[in-house]
Design a protein around this ligand. Structure first.
Ligand code: ADP
Ligand code: MG
Length: 225
């Protein structure tokens, strides 16, 4: 329990700092990006390639900033009554676009009945997107991933499965920590955000993984009868 509280405090602090710092950094970065883009127009080929790297790096920083901001705890959460199948359907095109680019096959299998939850639909979308992106990033071309929903005793059950590289056992307990990443261009914030969203929704998340075979993330959210 104490570790859980310490973790909660840490996320809280990160959230408060994030909001201020992100705005201070984002604005100048937008200006820099604009200038580099203009310089690119007049540059020769080898310079263009270098400017492209600068833009790419700025975009990566921006992504980190956006993710960082989602950790802010004091954000307004807008809870409503939603069918989780509808929320997921809503972002499937985004997931499919990412998967297509990576040559990964996507399978969405919603439960037949509507699964009602009290939730912030934007946050649930973010949650599913983060899990799906990880699944796609872990899966080699021609692999597959799936998003499923089901109802068990008291909970709506959402699973994101992939046939990717899997997670090393010694990393399993770190993957939800802010900034833990095994990727060159990772932010390490995706799963930390998932965890904080799930906490706010009184749900739980579980992961099962086998190296070289794939990974299953299971999210449970309280169902509204
Ligand atoms: P990032 O994706 O930026 O690295 P995340 O918080 O989303 O940050 O994920 C943290 C780490 O957890 C990843 O770097 C990766 O090592 C591991 N991970 C998460 N999802 C998967 C998955 N589906 N398959 C394999 N590894 C995963
Ligand atoms: Mg991620």
């Amino acid at each position: 329990v104490e570790a859980e509280i310490a973790r909660f405090d840490r996320l809280n602090l990160i959230g408060e700092m994030a909001t201020g710092v992100v705005h201070e950094i984002r604005n100048p970065m937008t200006v820099i990006r604009g200038y580099v883009q203009r310089m690119m127009l007049k540059a020769d080929q080898s310079q263009t390639a270098q400017y492209a790297v600068i833009i790419e790096e700025i975009d990566h920083m921006n992504e980190t900033m956006t993710a960082f901001l989602s950790l802010a705890k004091n954000r307004r959460v807008e809870i409503g009554l939603h069918n989780i199948n509808g929320i997921i359907e809503n972002i499937m095109p985004l997931i499919e676009a990412d998967a297509n680019k990576a040559g990964v096959h996507v399978d969405f299998r919603p439960a037949e009945q509507p699964l009602m939850v009290y939730a912030d639909d934007k946050e649930i979308r973010q949650l599913v997107l983060n899990l799906a992106r990880n699944a796609i990033e872990a899966t080699p071309s021609r692999g597959a991933m799936s998003v499923r929903t089901a109802l068990n005793e008291k909970a709506v059950c959402l699973t994101v499965t992939d046939t990717g590289e899997g997670i090393a056992p010694w990393n399993l307990e770190k993957i939800f920590d802010p900034f833990f990443t095994t990727k060159d261009a990772g932010t390490g914030l995706g799963l930390a955000i998932c965890k904080s969203i799930i906490d706010r929704h009184h749900g739980r998340i579980d992961v099962q993984s086998q190296r070289g075979r794939g990974t299953v993330f299971t999210v449970e959210l309280p169902v509204v009868a």
